[in-house]
Write a protein that binds this ligand. Structure first.
Ligand SMILES: [Zn+2]
Length: 260
């Protein structure tokens, strides 16, 4: 039974969304016994609940997924949220690029279209809770571009490339790729000077909060993810993540050999 205390357990909440992490070792009798003390009963490696179910097929201990808990588990959840935000931004950019391309062949007064496009992107961005950088980019380009159709094709090309970068970031983050964290930190940092310039030019609460959120995100990814060799780098992160898993605790409590 899930009582109130356990319901607040973030690991249990995650299990309720994506299912329990049930694994049985084929090469460690002692651990197998600890995880499944009775037939049809097995302990989850994430929330530590005992589940009454059909046992999964045994697999070598070295193939067990490492499921970080505590602050390392939270880091993975936050990266997933960031991934969704980046994928949403990528899709919006593709949509705007498509509209912009349409403008290059449109017989209507294109400048009023782009004006509306800028307003819509701002409304859409605020609705989705993403920052208004897309809007700022459109407005800036709207100002500096000529009104010729080729200008709009260049704008569409630029937006597509930007959208691809955002989509790549999002997918990489979703699949926990290390390079995606580097890409996110570098790509987000590149926009910080523009955001600061925008604030000096015309400060709004949205712009200031977007800047603060981005700086916190960069700092968090750098510090907690130990990017660029910070605080021992990737090796240290892997070690700490492994030590935060319930599997590590179980292996520590037994004389079993640890996976790789
Ligand atoms: Zn579970």
């Amino acid at each position: 039974m899930i009582n109130l205390f356990r319901a607040r357990n973030p690991e249990l909440r995650r299990c309720s969304k994506i299912g329990h992490a049930l694994h049985l070792p084929s090469d460690d009798v002692q651990l197998a016994k600890a995880l499944s003390p009775y037939p049809a009963l097995i302990q989850c490696l994430r929330c530590q609940d005992f589940v009454n179910t059909q046992l999964p097929p045994p697999q070598p201990l070295s193939t067990f997924p490492l499921i970080p808990t505590g602050s390392h588990g939270r880091r993975h959840s936050l990266i997933r949220i960031l991934a969704i935000e980046r994928i949403a931004r990528g899709i919006i950019l593709f949509a705007v690029a498509g509209l912009t391309l349409k403008l290059s062949t449109s017989s209507n007064p294109v400048i009023s279209y782009l004006g509306r496009l800028a307003d819509n992107s701002k409304a859409l961005a605020s609705q989705l809770g993403v920052n208004s950088i897309l809007h700022q980019v459109i407005v800036k380009l709207q100002l500096i571009l000529h009104r010729s159709p080729s200008s709009y094709r260049w704008l569409a090309f630029f937006l597509t490339v930007y959208g691809l970068i955002e989509l790549l970031e999002g997918l990489g983050l979703w699949f926990s790729k290390r390079w995606a964290e580097y890409l996110t930190v570098v790509a987000t940092s590149l926009f910080v000077p523009l955001e600061i310039y925008e604030i000096f030019h015309h400060a709004t609460i949205t712009k200031i909060s977007a800047l603060i959120v981005n700086i916190i995100a960069i700092g968090y990814l750098l510090w907690k993810g130990r990017l660029f060799g910070l605080r021992g780098g990737h090796e240290k992160l892997k070690e700490e993540e492994y030590q935060s898993t319930y599997l590590f605790q179980l292996l520590q409590n037994s004389t079993a050999t640890s996976p790789k």
